[in-house]
Design a protein around this ligand. Structure first.
Ligand code: URA
Length: 203
């Protein structure tokens, strides 16, 4: 298939990462993703590693790149507010990461190649957290991790069984509109409220 040497290297590192600390070190030292050249920080994760709820967003933005923490800018504030309405707080019961670990220049969407290079790390990340539920935040995370052709508008309506080679059993997975989209399209906040209530019932 389209496997390149960076993907192969990421896969070999992900295969041997047996702890979160090891995985973080491998990601921070990884030079195979060109996004790193432009970035100030590796944005690995935030929240409680023992949480049952795992959130996966798209990519760090400028605030995240400055601080090295996912979803710490405007989108992150909205995401935290949304989640708090259904009893989810990242410091307490959630863990949060992205499909890529470095900010794409000018906040463009990460390319499929960049996403695929980071994917072995993301897959191992998921397995090391071993969540009970995965919430994919936005179209990029939803389509790339579920391998779906539909977009987020359809994907968010259903639940899925997510599995990868490092997991011993599938994880119930659903999706939400990205908060950056909701900041641009406030009318969709209402539909997202119903999506959040659906997730609350799943918890
Ligand atoms: N948007 C994302 O998808 N992830 C972040 O970490 C910040 C903004």
């Amino acid at each position: 298939s389209g496997m390149n040497s960076a993907e192969l290297q990421a896969r070999q590192l992900a295969d041997k990462a047996t702890t979160l600390a090891e995985l973080r070190e491998y990601v921070e030292n990884f030079e195979g993703c060109e996004l790193k050249q432009f970035a100030n920080n590796t944005v690995f994760a935030d929240g409680n590693p023992n949480a049952k709820i795992l959130l996966i967003g798209e990519a760090p933005g400028s605030t995240e790149d400055e601080q090295g923490i996912p979803f710490c800018g405007e989108s992150g504030k909205l995401l935290d507010n949304m989640l708090s309405t259904i009893g989810i707080w990242r410091k307490q019961n959630a863990y949060i990461t992205n499909t890529v670990f470095w900010r794409p220049p000018a906040n463009r969407r990460p390319t499929n190649e960049e996403i695929n290079i980071c994917k072995p790390f993301v897959e191992r990340h998921i397995a090391l957290i071993k969540p009970k539920i995965i919430i994919l935040v936005g179209n990029t995370a939803a389509t790339s991790l579920l391998g779906k052709n539909e977009g987020i508008t359809q994907i968010r309506l259903n639940n899925y069984s997510y599995i990868n080679q490092y997991l011993s059993k599938p994880v119930v997975t659903t999706a939400l509109f990205h908060p950056a989209y909701l900041l641009r399209q406030p009318m969709q906040k209402k539909t997202t409220w119903f999506d959040l209530l659906k997730i609350k019932k799943m918890l």
